[in-house]
Design a protein around this ligand. Structure first.
Ligand code: AMP
Length: 413
């Protein structure tokens, strides 16, 4: 019988990769704590209705990409394709917005979309999701962009660009939408089949269609900035000014729209020049109407999601170095070494040192090979001579320097 493999688009994170994952997650937590965010861990499954109501029925995610199933009680449930919907649901359900201040929340974890897998695109992938509720002002837009940029820059990622647009509000967006539809209707035959459908259901999405013919057609499309109402213009200009004030490079891209229906005003993306076709590392924006639409209070909100797989791909390209191995490998050269070595190894570990060991004695050559394979910095050799003298040999595998240390004094290691 052939051995089973993982589901297509679902990937194992192997032990040799896990250190880097932890580094990225720890950096995220560190930066978020500096910006005064708290963690919320919603479940990875929600009622299907939640995603239909928030993401919007006429989006790729809801139309084609959700993992939806009927549970044994006959309810329709879905593996979350993104985190915002669950975060907002939890916020309302637990009244997390009460307290008179902005509520700043994040979550880290897997998302699920039935997309065509390729480099940087999986069916189970991981996101850092960050949200600010109850702050309508432009400084929270700028702050969340600064936070995202700090997280990526502190991981050491170069070659990043921040791209922004404003999608207007319920006052000015319909005007733009009508103009865009009128413009696109004249070119309908030249659009790809998906965009011909989008024209009816979600015309803004035509602007960021990847097909070359669609891209050529939308080049001359009316730009959103002509339609912003004074309040939207003022808000967006204040966001740009706050970023400029901090010396943060950014570009306006009037073709930047987001896949989800609930965005209003500021939208943004951070892209990397080193990622190929899937260049977006993170994307987000303001969604002032969503809480109310879900039956909650009328809270303004802004958030983003960053894709961890893409960040890891970049860090791997950058570092290439294998993760550091243990501090020590304990080489047992005689069966009598087992019990004194057992005590020494545990004592070293309680001192915070990372120690690898095989609980069987072997020849020096074979143990040195194993120490090398484990990537250990130093090897502790414990054979008959060492047991007789009470002094073990410790060799630095890089410099080849060797010292003798007392077997029963772990604190000297
Ligand atoms: P979105 O939730 O679609 O706005 O995506 C936000 C970020 O999540 C993107 O910029 C990507 O970095 C990442 N992302 C989205 N979809 C996938 C996927 N299928 N596989 C890997 N990363 C993804």
């Amino acid at each position: 019988m052939p051995a089973l493999t993982a589901i297509r688009g679902f990937k194992d994170i192997l032990p040799k990769e896990a250190d880097l994952w932890r580094e990225v997650e720890e950096k995220a937590r560190q930066v978020l704590s500096r910006f005064d965010f708290s963690e919320l861990r919603p479940p990875i499954m929600e009622r299907t209705e939640l995603f239909q109501r928030t993401i919007g029925a006429a989006t790729d995610i809801v139309e084609k990409e959700m993992y939806t199933m009927e549970d044994r009680g006959g309810d329709l449930i879905t593996l979350r394709p993104e985190a915002t919907a669950g975060m907002v649901r939890a916020l309302i359900e637990h009244n997390l917005h009460e307290g008179g201040r902005a509520t700043k929340l994040f979550c880290l974890g897997p998302m699920f979309r039935y997309e065509r897998p390729q480099k940087g695109r999986l069916r189970q992938f991981h996101q850092l999701d960050v949200e600010i509720f109850s702050d309508a002002g432009p400084h929270s837009d700028a702050e969340i962009i600064v936070l995202l940029r700090s997280f990526l820059a502190e991981l050491g990622l170069p070659n990043l660009s921040i791209v922004l647009n404003s999608l207007g509000c319920p006052t000015c967006r319909p005007l733009y939408r009508d103009n865009l539809v009128a413009f696109l209707a004249n070119r309908k035959n030249k659009l790809c089949p998906d965009c011909q459908r989008r024209l009816e259901l979600n015309p803004l999405r035509v602007l960021d269609c990847k097909s070359e013919t669609c891209q050529a057609e939308v080049k001359a499309a009316p730009s959103f900035s002509q339609f912003w109402c004074p309040a939207c213009r003022e808000h967006f200009e204040a966001v740009l000014q706050a970023l400029t004030g901090l010396g943060l490079d950014h570009q306006l891209d009037e073709r930047l729209v987001r896949g989800l229906d609930y965005y209003t005003r500021t939208t943004f993306e951070v892209r990397s020049g080193d990622l190929g076709s899937q260049s977006a590392l993170a994307g987000g924006g303001r969604y002032d109407g969503l809480c109310r639409e879900l039956g909650g209070p009328d809270l303004p909100a802004i958030g983003f999601a960053a894709g961890l797989e893409r960040i890891i791909i970049l860090l791997n390209q950058l570092k290439g170095d294998p993760a550091p191995g243990p501090d020590y490998y304990a080489a047992l050269l005689t069966p009598e070494a087992l019990s004194p070595a057992f005590a020494l190894v545990q004592a070293l570990r309680s001192q915070g040192l990372r120690v690898a060991v095989d609980w069987e004695a072997g020849g020096l050559k074979s143990r040195l090979k194993r120490a090398d394979k484990a990537g250990a910095a130093k090897v502790i050799m414990i054979g008959p001579d060492e047991l007789a003298s009470g002094l073990v040999k410790v060799r630095d595998l890089r410099t080849k320097e060797q010292v003798s240390l007392p077997l029963n004094k772990p604190e000297e290691f």
